[in-house]
Write a protein that binds this ligand. Structure first.
Ligand SMILES: Cc1ncc(COP(=O)(O)O)c(C=O)c1O
Length: 443
């Protein structure tokens, strides 16, 4: 369906008119694409923030905080009612008993990231989970103790990794390896990643990369990285904060050892929402792996016999520590229902179209002041495009904000925009480009 539209309506070579006409053509195509969009109806399932005049903002910040699904309130209300009416009995007699509540999320979460249920559980927050997983999977020796991350990794990951190195008695100056971007680019070409691994793999204990980098928007070749790093003898983990719910991941098939992600971005679980973890099936029954223990990770059969010694549950569940926050889980459950309905494959299909369309619109409005630094090949990116503003001039961003666009500014010089296929439209993409054009012209 999209192919017909792409072929027919907007062949750039046919334009003999000025930019005004091109913008008009793009607007027509946006309307047509929305009309034909098989996922277009999902927008109505989310609360779009409204301007004082009652129109929706152009919300391109789902890579920071996803919008609220309209069914969240009911999901939370159900648990509030059961708590009100049942008290502690809700653990067993609530409509959705709280005792096994985390299990209600596992299958859908596993589907979102392409994992098996035994490999996945929802627990804690992301940075906490990265630490807990490093306890198990960062096992340095005097010969092999370095951790490899991507340069410009999200600061929390940098802090977490550096503190782990220090905890084990190493200096980050020596033991932290940072994969640099390729020459003249904001991202790293696959060959350069492989060369870096060739050079440093033998001294690396752990590779911990963001599946999609928060700044450049690069989607790293996870399977190739894992294969190469494993060959070199390193353990591999991924921070999927910007990949879960964005990319149609096949996490099990990447063969990575572990991963963690948050759910408040593309997974729309609300501010501070819970994190998911992945531990590959091959580690599911490895009870010798060191881990920090808590009662919720204990073997379910004997947990309430209150034994003094910890016996881990098999699989990812064995990394849980505390009984989980039901209200936060209810919000995530509401959102996962939408992912189960639509499926990641359909979302990714729309996402590829939507981001390419945004890119197409942006090419009509960009001046030498703005440059897209995200990979141009859609295989190497998710929905996000990062726009580098010359000289880090934040005024462009401020003018854009004044035009009812919600995007974000990342120091030192980037506006990140994320057209989210679940609720953003092709008209949002057109509107963003048109408003950016105005913001640039107002200089
Ligand atoms: C890539 C990445 N890692 C880690 C974090 C920190 O997440 P949390 O505050 O849930 O620990 C974020 C938050 O945005 C992130 O984008």
């Amino acid at each position: 369906m999209y192919q017909i539209l792409d072929r027919g309506i907007l062949n750039r070579k046919t334009f003999i008119y000025g930019k005004f006409d091109i913008m008009n053509q793009l607007k027509q195509q946006a309307l047509e694409n929305d009309h034909q969009d098989p996922l277009g109806h999902k927008r109505a399932d989310f609360h779009l923030p409204l301007t004082p005049s009652g129109d929706p903002y152009v919300y391109f910040c789902g890579n920071s905080l996803g919008l609220q699904p309209k069914n969240v309130a009911n999901y939370i209300q159900q648990e509030l009612n059961d708590w009100k009416n049942l008290g502690v009995e809700g653990h067993f007699h609530a409509k959705n008993p709280w005792m096994p509540y985390h299990e209600f999320l596992t299958e859908q979460m596993a589907d979102v990231v392409g994992a098996k249920p035994i490999e996945t559980v929802v627990m804690n927050s992301l940075t906490v989970n990265l630490h807990l997983l490093m306890v198990s999977f960062y096992r340095p020796s005097p010969e092999r103790y370095k951790i490899l991350i991507e340069k410009n990794a999200f600061p929390s990951d940098q802090y977490a990794v550096k503190s782990q190195l220090k905890f084990h008695g190493f200096s980050p100056d020596d033991a932290l390896l940072e994969l640099p971007p390729s020459e003249g680019k904001a991202y790293t070409e696959t060959q350069d990643i492989m060369d870096f691994l060739d050079k440093h793999g033998n001294e690396t204990a752990l590779v911990l990369i963001g599946g999609v980098n928060y700044y450049s928007g690069q989607y790293f070749p996870m399977k190739e990285i894992t294969e190469k790093a494993h060959k070199m003898g390193a353990v591999v983990g991924f921070d999927l904060a910007h990949a879960a719910g964005n990319i149609d991941l096949k996490l099990h098939d990447t063969n990575a050892d572990f991963a963690a992600w948050c759910s408040y971005k593309y997974l729309n679980s609300g501010p501070g929402g819970l994190s998911g973890i992945f531990v590959h099936e091959r580690h599911a029954h490895d009870f010798e792996l060191p881990r920090f223990a808590g009662w919720w990770g204990h073997d379910k059969q004997s947990r309430f016999k209150m034994p003094p010694d910890f016996i881990p549950e098999a699989g990812a569940e064995g990394w849980q520590m505390s009984n989980p926050p039901i209200l936060a889980m209810a919000a995530l459950r509401a959102s996962l229902e939408h992912f189960a309905e639509v499926g990641m494959s359909a979302l990714r299909q729309k996402s590829l179209r939507l981001t390419s369309f945004l890119e197409r619109c942006l090419h009509e409005v960009l001046s030498d002041k703005v440059q897209i630094i995200t990979p141009t090949d859609s295989k190497h990116r998710g929905c996000q495009l990062s726009l580098r503003i010359k000289d880090g001039d934040k005024k462009v961003f401020e003018r854009l904000t004044a035009k009812d666009v919600i995007a974000d500014w990342r120091e030192p010089d980037v506006i990140r925009v994320a057209p989210v296929p679940m609720y953003n439209s092709f008209m949002d993409a057109y509107e963003f480009a048109a408003r950016l054009k105005e913001a640039l012209e107002e200089e």
